[in-house]
Design a protein around this ligand. Structure first.
Ligand SMILES: *Cc1c(COP(=O)(O)O)cnc(C)c1O
Length: 359
């Protein structure tokens, strides 16, 4: 007999999520390229909206995130009643899993998909199941081959973090068409705003057409509000109702709501962030390839790069004040993920790696 409380089965199987590091001992201002944060920082208007709320922090927030949902509905032409906001899209991933999967159920994702999916599955007592990828890209047929009557949720990060690859509108449609109607398809489009491809669609079309699809979005990436913890889901009225029952009543803080509305309305700031990425993502990929490195094609704001000795490359960067992300937790220990930074940060990464490789 145990003499102390033990959690439900599955909980202690969770390898805790380890975020990108942000500090290097002895280095004042390291170059931080480990968490896919926008190097340009947030909209000034978002910072102002956040600051303006300081004298009001004794007030509870609007538990329904009403203004933000209205702003999102206007911006994207959506139904505000079917938008649910969360403390980051991570919270929405967790809530969806908890609401739709439990012991005996399976939660499906692709082999190198975002780590929050297996974590959320285990924390709900469900079984995470991964399907193999092709060329580090989600494989529709491989995913469908893993679907059975225990499958409750399929998570697809599109584009995927950390691989940077994406599925076309048609491929996602085919994935959805192959799923039984009781299976929930969650399309996690955290990097949607960065994608400039004609055949890409973030998931709105499928949500509008079907009752078993959710699209998750975040203000942490192109909007650069990761510290505020704010994301949103778009889904059927039935799923929105479920999320509104299981979420905490005041899950999104007031400053996050205000900052997100301002960030969304500052279209020029978002355009600047996208234009910056359009220039520096291909620049960084080309320069790293010129160093002889294998770079995975990416439509996000980060690159997955293969090294003969990724740990040694990581340490060399670290010694030179640059933090990038190790990929062991994703089963990609021969790679590092590098976020696109400012011009000088990008040049510093390339120069430091050139030194490491003796080029
Ligand atoms: C960063 C990221 C998220 C989490 O975003 P938050 O809104 O900060 O919780 C979700 N999915 C993917 C694929 C991400 O890369």
């Amino acid at each position: 007999m145990t003499t102390f409380p033990t959690p439900r089965p599955g909980i202690l199987d969770i390898a805790p999520y380890v975020g990108g590091e942000s500090k290097i001992p002895g280095i004042d201002r390291p170059i931080r390229l480990a968490s896919n944060e926008s190097p340009l920082g947030p909209s000034r208007k978002a910072i102002e909206a956040y600051s303006a709320l300081a004298p009001e922090i004794h007030r509870y927030p609007d538990g329904g995130s009403t203004e933000l949902r209205r702003a999102l509905a206007r911006h994207y032409g959506l139904d505000a009643e079917r938008i649910v906001c969360g403390a980051g899209s991570d919270e929405l991933i967790t809530l969806l899993t908890r609401a739709y999967a439990g012991p005996g159920d399976e939660v499906l994702y692709s082999r190198h998909g975002f780590l929050m999916y297996p974590i959320a599955a285990k924390s709900a007592g469900a079984t995470p199941v991964s399907a193999p990828e092709t060329n580090l890209t989600a494989d529709v047929d491989a995913l469908l081959a893993k679907v059975n009557d225990r499958t409750r949720i399929v998570f697809l990060a599109n584009p995927n973090n950390p691989t940077g690859t994406y599925l076309s509108r048609d491929a996602v449609k085919r994935l959805h068409a192959g799923l039984p109607p009781h299976v929930l398809l969650v399309i996690d489009a955290a990097y949607a705003e960065y994608v400039v491809r004609n055949d890409y669609e973030p998931g709105i079309e499928l949500v509008e057409a079907h009752k078993n699809v959710v699209m998750c979005r975040t203000f942490s990436k192109i909007y650069a509000l990761g510290g505020m913890r704010i994301g949103w889901a778009y889904c059927s009225a039935e799923i929105a109702d479920v999320l509104n029952r299981v979420r905490n009543p005041f899950n999104v803080n007031a400053a996050a709501q205000a900052a997100a509305v301002a960030a969304l309305e500052d279209v020029a700031a978002t355009d600047r962030a996208r234009e910056h990425n359009d220039i520096w993502l291909p620049w960084l990929a080309r320069e790293l390839e010129n160093l002889g490195l294998e770079v995975n094609p990416s439509v996000g704001n980060f690159l997955l790069v293969r090294f003969a000795d990724a740990d040694a490359a990581w340490s060399h960067l670290q010694k030179n004040g640059i933090i990038v992300r190790k990929m062991g937790a994703y089963g990609l220990s021969d790679r590092l993920r590098i976020t696109v930074g400012t011009e000088s940060e990008n040049r510093a990464v390339v120069a430091t790696l050139a030194g490491f490789l003796g080029r």
